[in-house]
Design a protein around this ligand. Structure first.
Ligand SMILES: Nc1nc2c(c(=O)[nH]1)N[C@@H](CN(C=O)c1ccc(C(=O)N[C@@H](CCC(=O)O)C(=O)O)cc1)CN2
Ligand SMILES: NCC(=O)N[C@@H]1O[C@H](COP(=O)([O-])[O-])[C@@H](O)[C@H]1O
Length: 231
């Protein structure tokens, strides 16, 4: 048993360390969780670049403090600052990016980027998709809508990113209860904790090359302990 564990860990270490680009628009707590997990060796990868549409957001400030390059995308309206779609693809290729993880990024990822990084872009959304997703469903609005609906369960979804908001195939989900006296703020805090756990687990799976794409396009996770088991 111990030998198998050591054998599995050696196999991970022998894999090339993957390069990750994280996209944020706000505080960046998911980004920080993933970054810290790379430093601890939980995720066999490195955050090579941060992309944001808000140069002064918390995620961008934290990235600069850690010495991580920050890229502005898309260009701000009436400003020369920021990259075009074509330039963004070129820059991400120059960084040899393997995976793009959206974490609170609030702009539509253009088709050009989706095509340039096939089966390599993922997003986290706070609800159990396909419920409570799509255009207009971001941040506190999602939590408020869930409470008003009377739903008893809630939880993050990590999904493949396609050309539209929140319609990509689902890779992983977590579940938290919605309490009778929940406010949007208490629910947000509860689901965010679950998000941090789930996104670190998924980032580790991606960097260990344990994703298998089913014939119908659904991405499955191959178990680390039993290679014949998928979830
Ligand atoms: N091609 C894709 N791009 C993005 C996806 C995706 O699934 N496919 N996910 C979003 C993240 N997201 C939900 O998880 C999401 C983010 C933002 C919106 C939205 O309605 N945005 C507003 C603009 C908000 C702003 O500029 O402050 C809008 O488009 O009107 C919906 C869902 C990231 N990109
Ligand atoms: N539809 C997209 C959406 O609502 N994403 C949500 O934005 C928050 C970002 O928090 P963070 O910046 O602290 O990681 C997270 O709760 C994430 O699920």
């Amino acid at each position: 048993m111990v030998f198998n564990l050591i054998e599995r860990e050696v196999a991970v270490i022998q894999l090339r360390k993957k390069k990750i680009a994280v996209f944020v628009s706000g505080g960046g707590s998911n980004f920080r969780s993933i970054y810290e997990a790379t430093l601890e060796g939980i995720v066999h990868g490195e955050v090579a670049v941060l992309v944001t549409n808000k140069d002064d957001c918390g995620g961008a400030k934290y990235a600069r403090e850690q010495g991580i390059p920050v890229i502005l995308f898309p260009k701000a309206k009436n400003s020369s600052e920021g990259l075009s779609e074509e330039d963004l693809v070129d820059v991400l290729r120059a960084y040899n990016i393997d995976f793009i993880l959206l974490a609170g990024y609030l702009k539509l990822i253009p088709t050009e980027l989706v095509r340039a990084f096939p089966r390599s872009i993922f997003n986290i959304h706070p609800s159990l998709l396909p419920a409570f997703g799509g255009k207009g469903y971001y941040g506190i609005k999602v939590h408020k809508t869930v409470i008003v609906s009377g739903a008893r369960y809630y939880g993050p979804t990590i999904h493949h990113v396609d050309d539209h908001y929140d319609t990509g195939r689902i890779l992983a989900q977590g579940v938290v209860p919605v309490l009778a006296n929940d406010t949007a703020e208490t629910l947000a805090a509860r689901v965010l904790q679950e998000e941090h756990k789930l996104y670190v687990e998924v980032a580790a799976v991606l960097c260990e090359e344990r994703i298998v794409w089913r014939e119908d396009g659904v991405p499955l996770i191959r178990s680390k302990e039993d290679p014949d088991h998928y979830k």
